[in-house]
Design a protein around this ligand. Structure first.
Ligand SMILES: NC(=O)c1ccc[n+]([C@@H]2O[C@H](COP(=O)([O-])OP(=O)(O)OC[C@H]3O[C@@H](n4cnc5c(N)ncnc54)[C@H](O)[C@@H]3O)[C@@H](O)[C@H]2O)c1
Length: 423
């Protein structure tokens, strides 16, 4: 069978995907697109037969079957729509869209194209998340009642690596927006979707230290379509990183370890006899991937990146719906947008629309509410922080820029040394 040709847009995070499409037997990397010359140079080290573009429109003209979107976090939906219109299958990094209107447009574009769109929420593929999904499907903890999930990542020490300018999305994105690493797995494990959301913000105290004008913590509570409640900590900046999921059901509960050995799972079950004697069972273990264990573990994010690519390619080959389709991408992404809106309106409880339904989509097709500084010309736009305008002295950005330049000189040197060694 002819291999599917792959193009990767954005070659920082995209470098991991490029590698994974390279090792997949059904695909081959043919093109990349990035306007960051150093990132391209670094990526191309030791590679030859790949076309390189710096302009997305030109890149889309390239003969390829798949476009992988690893461009800026808040620019995925317009790029996905263009790729679908150009007849490509799309794998999109997080988040799926920046506004509700973009979400509507994306769903319609996927339906019209007949192509596969998959949302690359890799956290749904951690070994312990796949195990929780298996246990849930087997009914081990019964029906989902309450859950908590969190993605706390204090990125201050690596801010010069994660941002490329004062305007970079990480400097202004409200924390609730980057919510799918936490909420995503709850949705894939329980097959529920959020129907209502109430958002809360811990205002900017630490983030401004590195030049961020959005807030530190984004927290929201969702009511799911089976009446369960989920507490979500979206990407939040504070000391002590944590990636943690806890689910309570009618027959038991399960959670991964929170502070260390986080891929270890605790499972608890309780059962009543007819005489109301209760039998409890507890076990802790480290689940492993059922298939491709060796291969997956060689790649990023505990092997989860490997499965995203594998499942996406499988869906194309089999002509099947991808495991995280555009509607599920909306269920994961929209609560984060709405949670910020809720926090700004005194924690109002808001409906999370179901974009599977066209009549629902019509109500949101003009909703371009956005904290992106580039969207400020539209009336009624929010600021990125609940505190209002945050003024950061120029010297902060100069400090980050100095660290960035130092790092880039080191990268350049490393590339040159690597090049000499190869010669
Ligand atoms: N799932 C995960 O675990 C994970 C981890 C890291 C990043 N991400 C996601 O990956 C995406 C990229 O993040 P990143 O960390 O690589 O940083 P980034 O957002 O700074 O990188 C984006 C890259 O795309 C390039 N780019 C952006 N717009 C472009 C354009 N119009 N034309 C040409 N090139 C363009 C930039 O030069 C840069 O190299 C984001 O959406 C982020 O949320 C996901």
């Amino acid at each position: 069978m002819k291999k599917l040709r792959v193009g990767v847009f954005g070659i920082k995070r995209g470098a991991t995907f490029a590698q994974l499409f390279d090792i997949n037997p059904h695909t081959q990397l043919t093109a990349i697109c990035d306007f960051d010359k150093l990132a391209v140079k670094q990526f191309l080290k030791g590679r030859g037969d790949i076309s390189v573009y710096s302009d997305y429109e030109e890149f889309l003209q390239h003969e390829m079957d798949i476009v992988v979107l690893c461009n800026y976090c808040t620019e995925h939906a317009p790029a996905a729509i263009k790729a679908l219109e150009a007849g490509k299958h799309v794998l999109s990094e997080v988040i799926a869209c920046k506004t509700l209107a973009e979400g509507v447009e994306l769903c319609r574009a996927v339906e019209k194209s007949g192509k596969v769109y998959m949302y690359a929420e890799n956290y749904c593929y951690f070994s312990y998340i796949l195990e929780m999904k298996r246990l849930y499907n087997e009914g081990v903890i019964g029906e989902y009642l309450y859950g908590e999930c969190e993605y706390v990542h204090d990125c201050r020490p690596i801010w010069h690596i994660l941002t490329s300018s004062k305007e970079h999305w990480r400097n202004w994105l409200p924390p609730t927006y980057y919510c799918t690493h936490s909420l995503g797995p709850i949705i894939t494990i329980t097959h529920t979707r959020p129907v209502k959301v109430t958002g809360f913000i811990v205002p900017n105290t630490l983030s401004k230290e590195v030049g961020r004008v959005a807030d530190d913590w984004g927290i929201f509570i969702c009511q799911m379509d089976n009446n369960a409640i989920t507490k979500v900590i979206a990407w939040s900046m504070g000391p002590r990183d944590s990636i943690w999921y806890r689910l309570h059901g009618t027959k038991g509960a399960m959670e991964n370890y929170r502070l260390s050995e986080t891929d270890t799972l605790d499972v608890y079950t309780i059962e009543a006899t007819p005489d109301l004697d209760y039998k409890e069972e507890k076990r802790s273990y480290k689940p492993e991937f059922v298939k491709y264990k060796e291969e997956a573990r060689r790649y990023g994010h505990g092997g989860s990146d490997f499965f995203i690519v594998w499942e996406f390619v499988d869906s194309i080959i089999r002509g099947e719906k991808p495991p995280i389709d555009v509607y599920m991408a909306m269920d994961m992404t929209l609560p984060g947008i709405l949670a910020y809106r809720s926090a700004l309106s005194g924690n109002a409880c808001l409906e999370v629309p179901d974009f599977r339904k066209e009549e629902v989509r019509q109500r949101y097709e003009n909703d371009r509410w956005s904290p992106d500084p580039n969207d400020r010309s539209l009336p009624g736009q929010p600021l990125p922080s609940i505190l209002g305008e945050i003024n950061i002295p120029d010297e902060i950005y100069e400090k980050i820029e100095r660290k960035r330049r130092k790092m880039m000189i080191e990268y350049e040197k490393a590339i040159e040394i690597g090049g000499e060694e190869e010669n």
